[in-house]
Design a protein. Structure first.
Length: 327
């Protein structure tokens, strides 16, 4: 991937105008260390430990939500990593997976050695680097990660209309699904973004700029029909997608909300759970609580805000799902 191509892409991904809403300070929150953290993704372990990837400062932060203690778990530049986007805690393999992309031309960490896009594997107990798998092609952008029951990983490539698959033990990615509808709009913006398996065993993905939600039928580990779902709400920069249950999902919209999305046949309905976030980027569940990362990424990607200081500290917020999870 050439540096110029990657910079143009990420500006289009995150440098869009969002509503200017006040941060939801009334919620329980935990600060993220780093004056240029710009948290992009969040994942959790079964014991409640949270992990947050940072675009600006690089590295991955580990958080104890009970004590609010945080520490830099994966150091910036570890295993050649650059800006960290999607993160996924895989306890079965004791691996913390992370999407790494070189955004150094935009002021992101220059400590890593990578010049392209890769999926990184770190030890979930120690943070030590285990392996790195480059995404195929010269213009790739690793965004988010999902895992199936057999341990295969699925990655959205925001620069290409492809969902990539990394089977257990494989050294390279294969193209799992490709569709022109996944492509970034010709007018500009990013393509594929959020990804999650539904309770029906199928794979669901979002497209960021176009605001679309798709179902990819999965049969014996291979992709089947791809369906664009229609909804009762026009999604505005849909980002992270997380399984909630009964073929429903948590969805973060970059315009400022955490939603509950319910899919029935080829349609979906959206119920806003919480708004007033400033460019939310991801969500992770711990029991009946959703932790939302507030990225404030326009201060990193929008040229008109490059010389402005983002609100500090960066934070993740706790949102109760007790009512939402019982529907």
């Amino acid at each position: 991937m050439t540096l110029g191509g990657s910079v143009e892409l990420v500006v289009l991904i995150f440098g869009l105008s969002f509503s200017s809403w006040a941060a939801p300070q009334q919620l329980d929150s935990i600060p993220i260390p780093g004056t240029k953290a710009f948290p992009e993704s969040i994942t959790s372990k079964s014991d409640g430990t949270l992990y947050v990837g940072r675009i600006g400062d690089g590295g991955i932060v580990r958080i104890n939500p009970h004590t609010h203690e945080n520490t830099i778990f994966v150091q910036p530049g570890a295993l050649g990593s650059r800006s960290i986007l999607g993160v996924f805690a895989d306890e079965a393999s004791n691996t913390l997976w992370a999407c790494s992309n070189d955004l150094s031309a935009l002021g992101a960490p220059a400590t890593g050695s990578d010049t392209g896009s890769a999926l990184k594997a770190f030890d979930l107990r120690t943070g030590t680097g285990k392996r790195s798998v480059s995404l195929p092609g010269s213009h790739a952008f690793c965004n988010d990660i999902a895992e199936d029951a057999k341990g295969s990983l699925y990655v959205t490539d925001s620069a290409n209309p492809t969902i990539l698959k990394l089977s257990p033990g494989a050294a390279t990615f294969e193209v799992f699904a490709r569709d022109s509808a996944f492509s970034p709009p010709k007018s500009g913006g990013a393509g594929l973004d959020g990804i999650a398996f539904g309770s029906d065993g199928n794979l669901y993905v979002t497209t960021y700029a176009a605001g679309c939600l798709f179902r990819v039928e999965v049969k014996t580990g291979t992709a089947g029909r791809i369906t664009a779902l229609s909804g009762d709400h026009q999604l505005k920069f849909p980002d992270a997608l997380r399984k909630l249950g009964n073929n429903s999902f948590l969805l973060v919209e970059g315009a400022g909300t955490l939603d509950r999305v319910v899919i029935k046949d080829n349609r979906f309905s959206v119920t806003p759970i919480r708004g007033n976030f400033s460019t939310p980027t991801s969500v992770a569940m711990i029991g009946a609580t959703a932790w939302v990362s507030e990225g404030n990424t326009t201060y990193f990607f929008d040229p008109s805000k490059k010389n402005l200081a983002p609100p500090l500290p960066f934070r993740i917020y706790a949102v109760s799902l007790r009512k939402e999870n019982t529907k």
